[in-house]
Write a protein that binds this ligand. Structure first.
Ligand SMILES: Nc1ncnc2c1ncn2[C@@H]1O[C@H](COP(=O)(O)OP(=O)(O)O)[C@@H](O)[C@H]1O
Ligand SMILES: [Mg+2]
Length: 122
């Protein structure tokens, strides 16, 4: 038995619903494999679906966003179909995200201590 890749995304589709109720395909058929110790950079023009792909891996899509197809295998476990309880265990412990815009990641008017305190309270 070979160990599965750390992260294997297969045929990932992500969709939103427009305000008038129509389906919008934001990400179509994205596949990639990441093994332990590897780094992967995803490059593309604005609006091509980089952030949506990353958010979909953790099932943290905004608004009407949802995974409409494919799988997200973390160590062989499909996060695309995992329960919310299981996702809560995995997020932060096994897979995390550092957001691009530091102004939204850390509030500049709060101390680091306040930030940490906020997380514990939440
Ligand atoms: N909150 C949202 N509501 C509806 N559609 C969205 C939302 N976020 C992203 N999209 C759709 O997903 C596409 C990809 O966006 P995004 O992942 O932010 O691109 P990138 O990060 O590559 O600039 C957008 O063009 C848009 O159609
Ligand atoms: Mg982006």
């Amino acid at each position: 038995m070979t160990t599965p890749p750390l992260l294997e995304v297969q045929g990932l589709d992500v969709g939103f619903t427009t305000p008038d109720g129509r389906p919008l395909d934001a990400v179509r058929d994205v596949s990639f494999t990441l093994r332990r110790g590897e780094t992967l950079a995803v490059v593309g023009e604005s609006g091509s679906g980089k952030s949506t792909t990353a958010l979909a891996l953790l099932r943290m899509l905004p608004g009407t966003g949802r995974i409409t197809g494919g799988s997200v295998l973390l160590d062989g476990e499909d996060l695309a179909t995992a329960t919310e309880d299981r996702l809560r265990e995995v997020r932060g412990a096994r897979i995390g995200m550092i957001f691009q815009d530091p102004m939204t990641a850390l509030n500049p008017v709060l101390s680091i201590g306040r930030h940490l305190d906020e997380v514990l309270r939440a």
